[in-house]
Design a protein around this ligand. Structure first.
Ligand code: SF4
Length: 260
């Protein structure tokens, strides 16, 4: 590492999203880093993007009903980008051995329950994020196994500050009790014009052959054994790595648009 490795630089940028634009400021390392190491910056940018969107919709009378202590949605399948998998791997390995064992046991129990429900093979072979009837059925079948996310403790996220992008993006304006049974179609999700999680997944699919760019979060401990370091595929100075991500944001189609 260079002696300047702790120096940072402030970057201002604007991203066009359909007819709208989003202005952001980020503080990134001045020296070398990779995409996984830049995740805290991307999380902070997404948090301010979500804050801006939710402020806009609240002017229109819609309010986010999600609150701390409500973990109803934390029984859904969570697609985790491979960069976030790498960051969580580094974080887990920094924990005391006893805590690592506790988490490993929770992930194991979750997999056992999913296997008993006959879901593991479908999770491996089907694209959960596809907008197809079979993907929707798989998502519901997973939910009705009622397997809590292994990071859920006392109905709160135990990794809240470093939780995956997709968890930050899942917001509803409907009453929390509706989240306990999504099949009744009473959940009113708040649609963000852009999902950073999907952008990271797409970058992951680009840098890793034969990969969707994401894994089911519940597979994290199995993935950790691969020793993969996908973040290294996109490395450079902090501004250069951020530029690569922002470029992908600009190229992403806003939600609700289709190819002409
Ligand atoms: S990571 Fe946290 S917010 Fe996301 S599903 Fe798990 S417990 Fe819930």
């Amino acid at each position: 590492m260079s002696e300047n490795s702790h120096e940072t630089v402030s970057v201002d940028f604007t991203v066009g999203i359909g007819d709208e634009s989003f202005q952001a400021k980020a503080v990134v390392p001045a020296g070398q880093c990779n995409l996984t190491q830049l995740l805290p910056v991307i999380q902070a940018i997404e948090d301010s993007f979500i804050a801006e969107v939710t402020a806009q919709i609240s002017e229109a009378g819609l309010h986010v009903s999600c609150k701390a202590g409500c973990g109803a949605c934390c029984r859904q399948m969570v697609p985790l980008s491979i960069f976030e998998a790498e960051a969580l791997t580094n974080w887990i390995r920094s924990l005391p051995e006893e805590r690592q064992q506790e988490l490993a046991q929770r992930f194991h129990q979750a997999l056992l329950k999913l296997a008993a429900g006959g879901l593991i093979e479908r999770m491996v072979t089907e694209d959960w994020l596809a907008e197809t009837e079979s993907a929707r059925k798989l998502v519901l079948d997973y939910f009705y196994q009622r397997v809590p996310c292994p990071f859920l403790e006392d109905e709160s996220c135990s990794i809240h500050s470093i939780r995956p992008l997709i968890c930050r993006e899942y917001l509803v304006s409907s009453s929390p009790e509706h989240c306990a049974d999504p099949a009744k179609l009473q959940v009113a999700p708040i649609r963000l014009p852009l999902n950073f999680s999907r952008i990271l997944n797409a970058v992951g699919a680009m840098v890793e052959d034969d990969s969707r760019g994401w894994i089911p979060l519940v597979f994290l401990f199995a993935w950790m054994k691969s020793g993969a370091h996908p973040g290294d595929a996109i490395s450079g100075t902090g501004p250069a790595v951020l530029y690569e991500f922002v470029k992908c944001m600009s190229e992403a189609k806003p939600r609700g648009t289709t190819d002409s």
